[in-house]
Every structure is written in C-alpha cells, then in structure tokens.
Design a protein around this ligand. Sequence first.
Ligand code: FRU
Length: 511
Amino acid sequence: MRRVLLAASCVLMLAPSLTGAQGRTTAQRAAPLEPFRPRFHFTPERNWMNDPNGMVYYDGEWHLFYQYNPFGDKWGHMSWGHAVSRDLVHWEQLPLALAESDGVMIFSGSAVVDWRNTSGFGTDGKPPLVALYTGHRDGHQDQRIAYSNDRGRTWSKGGVVLDLNKADFRDPKVFWHAPSSRWVMTVALSPEYKVQFYTSPDLKRWTRSGEFGPAGSRGGIWECPDLFPVQVEGGGTRWVLIVNLNPGAPAGGSGTQYFVGDFDGQRFVPEGEVAQPLWADYGADFYAGVSWSDVPAADGRRVWLGWMSNWSYAQEVPTSPWRSAMSVARTLTLRRTPAGLRLVQRPVAELERLRRGVPRTFAGGTFTQASAWLAAQRDLPMLLDVEMTFAGASSAAPFALQLTTWPAESLALSIDPANRRIALDRTRSGRVAFHKDFPGVHTAPIRIANGEIQLRLLIDAASLELFAQQGETVMTEIFFPTGDSRALSLSATGTTPRVQQIRIHGLDSAR
Ligand code: FRU
C-alpha cells in the first residue's frame, strides 16, 4: 500500500494541477517519502528534539523554542531550536537560537517579554525577550540569562544568575507576578522531589521565597515545573503547579503531574490532599508540558503543549531524519468535580481551521446502526478530527472503538463504563518492536455524568490525541503504522450505549 502511494505521490508531485483537482495538497501526497512525518504537529526538519522551551507570545508570534541537538538524531549537544507560528497550527522553523558553547549545554528554560525593561536589556524603547535556562556541564547545573532585541531571532548570553552548586537544579520557568510587581521563578531540585520559588526585581538577582515538595508522585525525578493561574469553569481562578517527572508516569516512563492550589507570590499552598498524584495526560507520550507566557489579556487563554514522546524509548523511535514531535497546543481550564478541581485540556480552536469540507455525520441512533454507518465510511483521509458522543453509557457493557490502519494493524480504545476506565492498546499498531517498552495497553480513569461519554480524537500520521469527557481525561500516544489508510469501527460485548452523534472531519496538512 505504502509502495503504491509512493509511486502515486511522484506522479502527483510532477503534476501540481492534478493534485489541486483532486483536492489534496502536494505536501500531503509527497509525505510517504517520510511516512511518519506529522502533518499538523511541529517537528524539526531534521535531528533530535525534546522539551518545549521559552514559549512566549510577542508581536503576533507564538514562539516555540525546544531542546535540540543540531548534530544528530539522538540526545546530545543540547541547544535551543526555534520555531514561530501566527496561529499555533502552522509553524516555521527558524535558525538555532541558543547554541551549546564552552562545554555548557543549554538545557530547558523559559522566556518572557520584559515589558518594563526591568533587566535593562531593552533598546530603542522596545522590550527585550529574556530567556532563563539551565546551563549544564558534567555534575553542575546553574540558571543563566540571555536576551534578544530582534523578536527572538538572535540572542546574547548574559551569564549565570543563580547557582546552588548542585548537579540537579534545573528548568527555570519565569513569569511576572503583577500583585507583588516582581518576577517569579519556579525551578526543580530534581532528585529531591522539590520545586523552589525565587523572586526578582530585574530577572538577574534572585531570592528564594519558598519551596514545594516532596508531594504527589515520587516515582521519578522532578523536571520542568510551571506555575500559572487557571480559570475555573463556571467562575473563579486557582493556581496550578505543573511538575513533570521521569519515570513514574501512569503509562510508564515520563509524564506530567499537577497540583491545584493558591500562590501568594512567594509560596504555593495546595488545596486538599496531595498524596495521590493528579495526571495531566494518561497516554505514554506527553512530557515536559509547559505553558506560553505573555498571552495577551484580550486572548486570555492559558495555552500549553508537551513533547510527544517518552524518555523510555524516544531515542529509538523509527523516524528519520528527525526525532520527536510536539503535541498540539491545548487550552487549560479547571473543572469542579466531586473529587475536587481537575485540569481540562482542549485542542486550541485554531486547529478547527484545518477541517476540510463537510464532516461525515451520523446524526444519532443505536450502537448497531452507528457501527454499520462507520463500516460504510470508505476512504477516510489520513488526518482526522473525530467527535463521538454516547448516551446511556452508565449501564453499558464494555465497548470498543478501533482505528485500523492496515489489515492487521490497529489502535484500540476500549471503554469500560462500569469500572470508569478507558484503555488504549497500541500493541498491534504497526512498528512496535523497536523498544520493549513501546507496545502496551495504557489506561485512564473517566468520570461519567448523566450517562454520557464524549470523545474527541485527533489523528495525525503517527499520533493519536484523545480528549475524553470534554477534555477531562486526556491520552496522547504516538504509533507507527505500516499503512496510512484509516478505518474506524465500533464493537461491543453486551448492553450497548446509544450513539448520539459521530462527526468525522478530514484535516488539511499544516505543512
Ligand atoms: C526533561 C529534561 C530537562 C532538561 C532537559 C535536557 O526532559 O531532562 O530536565 O533540562 O530535558 O535536555
């Protein structure tokens, strides 16, 4: 199948008018040359990428810096790569922003717009972009500053601003705390399961103000913290402290936990119990999730994304000449549930602009009717945005939604309403043998209110992001199918729920 498509793609590339006539973009058809290249997720053109870094909005551009090895497709020579987007969907890769030098690697960190020029780095009355990152050399990590006066295109290094003489002290995330008119930094003491808080008047002189942890999961070391206020659905605001950790995530390897509470400018105080970790994403492939700073008040969203891979096998994934993608950008809110406030993620609305034409719609009916309708949906596009709502699910027996990509290859999502669990099985999803930890079945809890189960799936060339229950339970997983065909099917074992609606949108490539 792939071979056939490859031949077809060559023909189509030679005849662009033909591609137009068929309603497909050249990029999409050319893609089989790089079979696993995501079409609406950011990937560097070549080489290794891990954590998102320095995410800041300025002058109409969403900046995405990232951990990058300019010299190879495995981790090493860590530097900051750079991409910008005007809509969080289409990304343009720019030249390297910050390069390793003098044996010091540029580890993860953040960037802010210094609107008041507190740092003094600004020129011509324009605010500088200021980055805080970890300088890493063997056995030593410290926090360093750099700045840019040309919209992030070129950077000057400003040296060390915080040094505890520690081997594991990293990933500074900085924001302006308006009530105290000061900068705040969250930074991880990784093997101590602690996040420390520092404050500064000028981004250069930092004073410790507080500390959080150990708490939640200590299954692995703590990395890439973030702290921000989030709107509660229905009114109010709480602070969310993000703590990424590796290993120890529910799907194994690296993952993202969070705490909900209050922050007074110096200390974070969690609300309720913090012994049980809360997880932002139950899939295997969402790590180092951090949010954008300086999103205009008129926009008002808290937007983040994560590295769509897992330290367990990231360096072995079968892609070339690049390794790793970012998740889609997602908005964050908090939802009141009987168990407390929970983080809710939704793909940013901008992604809906990729939806192509009229969606294929099942307007409601029995499970059997819905299964028959799905089976009749031939030639689904490779890039999909699927919405499904089930009703009367509380009393239903387990049922499953399968994404088939090749006769014997599929991803299976099973839903077990009685046990309030869903499970994603990628053991037969295509190329899985490159690492023993890759194939697996990963589970997540779901809360069912009024018997309704709502699913949204974003399917790219080599990933699936599942937003269940309006974003309350999220699973992000990469997979490497042999074919690029797509078919969806429903199956059940007993009492079935009613299918309220199915909408299948084909998506355009953003490349
Ligand atoms: C997280 C991490 C960070 C570190 C960076 C190095 O994935 O380990 O803690 O700064 O990657 O690339």
